[in-house]
Design a protein around this ligand. Sequence first.
Ligand code: HEM
Length: 561
Amino acid sequence: MLSLAVRILTNPFILISLFITTIISIISWACKPTLVPKEIPWVGKPRSRIFPRTTASLLCFFNVRKIFDEGYRKYSQYGKAYIYPSYSGPPEVIIPRCDLPWLLDQPETVVSSEALQRDLMEGQYAFTDPQLLQFPFHSHILVRYLTRRVACLLPDIWDELQHAISTTWGFNNVEWRDICVWDNMMSIIASTSNRMFVGKPLCRNEDYLSNAIAFANDVTLSVTALSLVPSFLKPLLGPLITLPNHYHYHRTARHTLPIIKDRLMHMRRKQFDPTYKWTEPNDYITWHIQQAMSENIGEELDPIRIARRLMPINFAAIHTTALTITNAIFDIFSGPNASFVVESLREEAERVYAECNGHWTKDAAAKLLRLDSALRESMRLSGFLTRSVFRKVVSPDGLTHPREGWTIPQGAWVAVDVISTHHDDSIYDFAGGYDPFRFSRPREEALSTTSSASNTPPPSTPQDSTCDSASDKDEVLWLKNQGMVSTSDTFLGFGAGRHSCPGRFFVAHELKMLLVYILINYDIEPMAQRPSNMWFGTNILPDMKATIRVRRRKGASPEDV
Ligand code: HEM
């Protein structure tokens, strides 16, 4: 296999073709018109007169952090937009956070998130069927069903987490075991997410999961490769570069197609005969079929289309969640205060778990204020995003700024800087440090005041308290907005507005319950130092080789109930 690859790569014809393709790519890249208004300043543009914008784009891969720092300091802080040169797509207009409400107010006919996703994710090639991102039915399903169904999913999520964690962390309460956090979290998150997408037993099938994960990796790699290919070569190279994506999709489809066909058969029978005795499972496949039937969209009832739709949702769910929990574990279990932080989180986990007797409900999970805060704080400090709320200008008239007067032309990309906002000391006290209870302190204080002011038992969450005046209402709203799933112009980890992440309610429950399970059942040796995150272009990645030492706790049950 290796010698075949070497022979192919050293073939003079292949080498010459690669060389010519590279030259054409660079020339077409250099000559591409830049779709940004002249009035907006560039950051990271060199003084050189030869192709300064192209040079800026080429160099920016190595300078992303510096560029966002400089852009924020010079422009965003003063309410001005600037241009980030981008090495992988067109230059982006980075708008200041004070303009976020204005961007979010724009109709879909002026700025589009879906059009942006198609460009950004190379929707024509990367997901095996261009229709998937052309008409993102799967996103509509998640928006419509996932948030409303989270409560009924909690027992399944808990069951899956118990199984996934205990089979990999083990039951040995004497010996310590080394766990590679990233690999382990990828597998736990893949099975838990798939419990909600395809149900049991497929969510535990190694072959299915490894191919779903491989597909998500293929998308990341092929999107990066395709972003460097000039448009006119994409029809030729797109299908070649995405061959692994097709291969891994087909490997997953061998498992999903029989389940989808069976589900379609039952749901059709039930549609025609409501007395038909069969209870539909509560998962993505059911929601998809239900919605496609009620809207009468024939092509969305094609089993192959449904099997393909499972790929972008796996892609959207697995890496994002695994990155988030890996960072949270590094943040919680390292540093000088780790023991205090862990004990405080464990006290909450044990108390809430005992109160609900292991039967998770939304109300019970809402009491996990400290865990919620520790996760949100980790997303703020160590999140993987540099920018968010990406939109593409689709109106032929462009997008005109009411105050500054510039017009961004059709086709240009707009985004908001997340990394600098999340690290701004004027927004967050000591923004550079991990303060796990930053968001729970005020909520716990409000709870203790409410409960000591009345003789009635305290409400389960601050938002349940009654409010007498407008300022009380503001206070209650402010407290509610400290929760992990709340989006705002200062917390952009899940985006903002009508396209903000529809998976965030699921994720918040999943990750809080994951931490409850490990805190109650395992001792985790604090890490002397937090493993450093690494910048790879615009991606901020945790150390994927770092390990933690874990051991089943002495009092924990010897097996899961
Ligand atoms: C911690 C984990 C996650 C993070 C940090 C995250 C982050 C994001 C962000 C930043 C966006 C873009 C929002 C915008 O443009 O304003 C987004 C969109 C989206 N996410 Fe997530 N996500 C996570 C987990 C999930 C999960 C588990 C699912 C599916 C179950 C999911 C499904 C989606 C979908 C379908 C969209 C597109 C929404 C639309 O365009 O209307 N995400 N996510």
